[in-house]
Design a binder for this molecule. Structure first.
Ligand SMILES: *[C@@H]1O[C@H](CO)[C@@H](O)[C@H](O)[C@H]1NC(C)=O
Ligand SMILES: *[C@@H]1O[C@H](CO)[C@@H](O)[C@H](O)[C@H]1NC(C)=O
Ligand SMILES: *[C@@H]1O[C@H](CO)[C@@H](O)[C@H](O)[C@H]1NC(C)=O
Ligand SMILES: *[C@@H]1O[C@H](CO)[C@@H](O)[C@H](O)[C@H]1NC(C)=O
Ligand SMILES: *[C@@H]1O[C@H](CO)[C@@H](O)[C@H](O)[C@H]1NC(C)=O
Ligand SMILES: *[C@@H]1O[C@H](CO)[C@@H](O)[C@H](O)[C@H]1NC(C)=O
Ligand SMILES: *[C@@H]1O[C@H](CO)[C@@H](O)[C@H](O)[C@H]1NC(C)=O
Ligand SMILES: *[C@@H]1O[C@H](CO)[C@@H](O)[C@H](O)[C@H]1NC(C)=O
Ligand SMILES: *[C@@H]1O[C@H](CO)[C@@H](O)[C@H](O)[C@H]1NC(C)=O
Length: 482
């Protein structure tokens, strides 16, 4: 969930020794150290990574969540710099892990832990009907890929320490560092296809992180930077928040005229559009041309106060039985939150090797004041599309927060050689075993999809078709109706 929503909702509702070779280390890798350390009764495999001056310490095969026989998992920390500890949880693919791609999952927020997506959407296990213990998820994305869940920035989920990251841009180098240490500890993944999956605020994170990775790759190739080239092939963002200028306007349209129910009437629609034109858009233009924190924070508060609150008031008024911004249907459904209490159990934390209590949503407060929400990540997305990386923008069509009107407009705003042709293409039906589950269009490696009867956390609502799409996307790159 984006900050906007939390804020708005609150206002309206209440191993052994070193593997070093003898002699003088020829490269940083040769000087890396590996050992086992016991702390509070937990055995951590430790890997000290010289190139990034970081340390990985993790538990192997905790037995939590992924209980499929023979599927390995690793959970623990990357420690960088002064007291910065980034949590990761890695599950090998259930099939063919030696060849399967490596896919990172980073949740949105800012401040949402990746365990949210793991337990409610795409992880190896889930909590059906609010059960208090998990059961295996047959549609887990690690059916196909090796899945790496990361809690970032510091302060989110099981990550802990010095929380200084206050923007998407500032968060990127830490993720790159993490991936470098990960590759050096798990070198078998270095040349694998690498992908990233995210949701919601990931529309900010992933374009920026991906562009950063491409730039670092270029520096490695030039010989200006020591590190692993990351073989990034694809990124998939569901219900993403990329650009407030485009998406706030679409919010007004969506609440007026969507395929489920009308939330605002014509007069409110026209009033909001006028406010958008005269006040919000100019504030966002200033944020985009002069990106000071003050300007962007002012733009953020302008759409929060002048568009979001009126819409939320109308939504509340029309929803006597309660409402959820991530699913405008009546009745709505939302992912269970029972996994939070599970992750806050001392026995579970000990098994996983977690060193702090679990924070589901939090940290990342600095993003709010730096105006990060209002900044556009369409330029970064454009660079990544231009680089020929496979990009999938997919959206559950019952979500208001990052609704499909807005994400389609974002897809059309991407600058690349196929821009005009992509815009003129019509959406075609997308089927799963002959049943229409949504619509889509693709050109080269760029795909947009609308998925029916799905809210903000798309794979929670449509798990089977989500897995089909994920496999196709990370496989050939082309989504094909079945
Ligand atoms: C946080 O980081 C700063 C700068 O690296 C360092 O001076 C400070 O001691 C750190 N604080 C904690 C609590 O680790
Ligand atoms: C799960 O719990 C939530 C919150 O208490 C509730 O709204 C929802 O109806 C429950 N879902 C099921 C399937 O019992
Ligand atoms: C509502 O959306 C539909 C489908 O895009 C469109 O055909 C129709 O003209 C819109 N209605 C209004 C009142 O804007
Ligand atoms: C539109 O909705 C607003 C807020 O619910 C209401 O006050 C107003 O009377 C409505 N206007 C029309 C023309 O229905
Ligand atoms: C807002 O601006 C758009 C584009 O400039 C224009 O088409 C629309 O009529 C304007 N709406 C209002 C209510 O001012
Ligand atoms: C950006 O805004 C600040 C304060 O609002 C102002 O001092 C500065 O001159 C502006 N910079 C540009 C490039 O417009
Ligand atoms: C974690 O925090 C929750 C909520 O405050 C609390 O109920 C739980 O006991 C804590 N768990 C641990 C291991 O301290
Ligand atoms: C964000 O962090 C940077 C670097 O620590 C700092 O210079 C800047 O003032 C912070 N911005 C805000 C709005 O807090
Ligand atoms: C699409 O992606 C494939 C596989 O990554 C790549 O080989 C190809 O060059 C890309 N196509 C374009 C048009 O960029």
């Amino acid at each position: 969930m984006r900050w906007l929503l939390k804020f708005a909702a609150g206002a309206l509702l209440a191993v052994s020794t070193a593997a070093t070779t003898s002699g003088v280390p020829a490269s940083p890798r040769a000087a890396n150290r590996r050992y086992v350390e016991e702390r509070n009764g937990v055995h951590y495999n430790v890997f000290e990574h010289v190139a990034t001056r970081s340390k990985l310490s993790f538990v192997k095969n905790s037995g939590i969540c992924e209980t499929t026989p023979g599927v390995n998992q690793y959970s623990g920390y990357l420690t960088v710099g002064e007291n910065m500890n980034m949590w990761f949880w890695f599950f090998e693919a259930r099939e063919n892990p030696q060849e399967a791609p490596l896919v990172a999952y980073l949740d949105g927020g800012p401040g949402a832990a990746s365990e949210y997506g793991l337990f409610t959407q795409i992880g190896p296990c889930h909590f059906v009907n609010n059960e208090t213990t998990p059961s295996l998820n047959p549609y887990a994305f690690n059916n196909y890929a090796n899945m790496l869940y990361i809690d970032q920035p510091i302060g989110v989920g099981f990550s802990y320490g010095n929380e200084t990251t206050n923007s998407t841009k500032a968060a990127a180098p830490l993720v790159w560092n993490f991936l470098q240490a990960f590759y050096d500890n798990f070198p078998e993944y270095e040349n694998r296809d690498f992908g990233i999956v995210s949701e919601s605020y990931g529309g900010h994170y992933i374009p920026e992180f991906s562009r950063y990775i491409l730039n670092q790759n270029a520096a490695v190739v030039r010989g200006d930077l020591e590190g692993e080239e990351i073989h990034m092939v694809g990124l998939a963002i569901h219900n993403g928040w990329f650009d407030a200028e485009i998406q706030e306007k679409a919010n007004i349209e969506y609440m007026y005229n969507n395929s489920y129910r009308q939330i605002i009437n014509e007069s409110i629609h026209d009033e909001l559009l006028d406010t958008y034109n005269t006040t919000v858009k100019p504030a966002l233009d200033l944020c985009h041309t002069n990106g000071t924190s003050d300007n962007c924070y002012a733009a953020y508060t302008s759409y929060l106060n002048m568009i979001e609150y009126p819409i939320l008031a109308a939504f509340a008024e029309r929803s006597p039985n309660g409402y959820y911004l991530g699913d405008i249907r009546e009745p709505y459904s939302r992912p269970p939150s029972t996994y939070v209490a599970y992750l806050q159990r001392p026995d579970i934390q000990k098994a996983l090797g977690a060193k702090v209590n679990y924070t589901d949503q939090g940290g990342a407060i600095g993003f709010y004041y730096s105006g990060d929400d209002a900044r556009s990540f369409v330029p970064q997305l454009s660079d990544v599309v231009q680089a020929g990386i496979k990009v999938l923008i997919w959206t559950g069509d019952a979500d208001y927060v990052s609704n499909w009107y807005g994400t389609l407009d974002v897809a059309h705003a991407v600058e690349w050689s196929g821009k005009d042709m992509f815009a003129t293409k019509t959406l075609e039906p997308y089927t799963l075993n002959g049943v229409e589950k949504g619509t889509f269009k693709s050109l080269d490696n760029f795909t947009f999809m609308r998925i029916y009867e799905a809210g903000h956390n798309l794979p929670f609502y449509q798990p089977e078709v989500s897995l089909q799409i994920f496999k196709q996307f990370m496989g050939t790159g082309s989504v094909l109706p079945t």
